[in-house]
Design a protein around this ligand. Structure first.
Ligand code: SF4
Ligand code: SF4
Ligand code: SF4
Length: 344
């Protein structure tokens, strides 16, 4: 039975899908900080996938897990091929081989057929009405964490002080039931240490008032971080007051704590090249599939507030999303990382 883990406060993030550049700065910020050790080569605790697309691991949204009517839904274990292997590139040949521009950068050895972000920037639809958008994916630090309930070792726990979901690496025996159970497929398996590993919400930074690396380093100012119930914070205002930030796949039953401002798109063109506003460029049913029926009200609110701003009227919502002062997006975690206390 899905259990709600009660916590005093819950950290949460909001991602504005209308502002993401797809630059993967967040991905590399996490990679260089947390997953650059042996056995972690294939791990991307933060990754920005393109939608519509198969994502990382390939087809993760059809791999089960989570809960339905409070009962666990069987999940599957992604294969290494579905995750995609880390590739070696021919850097030596290109940069030091003296072959000029007759060679180009490519993976070494057998040509891969899948990898993390393989379908980046492909999207869907026919030109000139094609479309895509980016989706930022880290562990959701769920309120009803399916990974936690699936672990027979009780190696996964949710911190009462901030709701961060962590794996105790000393207690983990590598059964991987958590990976099957997570409907977002955000847990990786370390084949060298034989343990499960995932996003830790940068808890050593958060504990010192410093934002997670993926969020702090985002040049697009798309990420807002804070406590869900802090009524003065951006997260609360976007999720609970304005209701424009929605969880991804809420029907997976885990009560995720990541929220997304759904994407708007330019209007379609008809066969004469004229603007056709009769149907949206991104199909409604696709956005409903991702975010549930609340997406319609969220989009309507966004459009109405954009119009107000265009007319020169004030809009708290637009000001929040624009993020004039980037430190405001960091909520209570705006402290400079240079001031982090590191153990000697
Ligand atoms: Fe667990 Fe997956 Fe939820 Fe993260 S996203 S807390 S790994 S169920
Ligand atoms: Fe990585 Fe920290 Fe972002 Fe989690 S919160 S994805 S650990 S950088
Ligand atoms: Fe998007 Fe920000 Fe990540 Fe760049 S760093 S891909 S803008 S979320």
């Amino acid at each position: 039975m899905a259990q709600e883990q009660s916590v005093g406060k819950q950290v949460a993030m909001v991602f504005d899908l209308n502002k993401c550049l797809g630059c993967q700065t967040c991905t590399i910020a996490c990679k260089t900080l947390w997953t650059d050790q042996p056995g972690m080569e294939h791990m991307w605790w933060n990754i920005v996938n393109t939608l519509p697309g198969d994502g990382t691991p390939k087809g993760w949204f059809e791999m089960g897990g989570g809960f339905k009517d409070g009962q666990p839904v069987p999940g599957t274990l992604p294969s290494r091929a579905q995750w995609g292997e880390a590739w070696e590139f021919n850097y030596d040949e290109v940069y030091y081989g003296g072959k000029g521009d007759s060679v180009y950068l490519k993976p070494k050895g057998e040509a891969p057929t899948w990898g993390p972000n393989w379908d980046e920037d492909q999207g869907a639809g026919e030109y000139p009405n094609s479309y895509y958008f980016y989706i930022q994916r880290i562990c959701n630090h769920c309120t009803k964490a399916a990974c936690l309930e699936a672990c027979p070792r009780k190696a996964i726990y949710k911190r009462p002080e901030d709701g961060i979901v962590l794996i105790d690496e000393n207690a983990c025996h590598g059964y991987r039931f958590c990976i099957e159970a997570c409907p977002y497929k955000r847990i990786y398996f370390n084949t060298q240490r034989l343990i499960a590993q995932k996003c830790i919400f940068c808890f050593p930074r958060v504990e010192q008032g410093v934002a997670p690396a993926c969020t702090r380093q985002c040049p697009g100012r798309i990420r807002h971080v804070g406590y869900l119930d802090d009524e003065d914070g951006h997260v609360y205002k976007l999720v609970k007051k304005w209701k424009v930030a929605l969880p991804l796949f809420p029907d997976k039953g885990t009560q995720p704590n990541l929220y997304y401002v759904p994407p708007l798109a330019p209007p379609r063109f008809d066969e004469n090249g004229d603007i056709d506003e009769s149907t949206p460029r991104i199909p409604d049913e696709y956005l409903e599939y991702l975010f549930g029926t609340d997406v319609y009200q969220a989009l309507a609110t966004l459009k109405a507030e954009m119009e107000k701003k265009r007319r020169g009227e004030p809009s708290e919502l637009m000001d929040l999303l624009i993020g004039y002062r980037w430190t405001d997006l960091m909520g209570p975690f705006a402290k400079d990382p240079a001031k982090l206390h590191r153990p000697a």
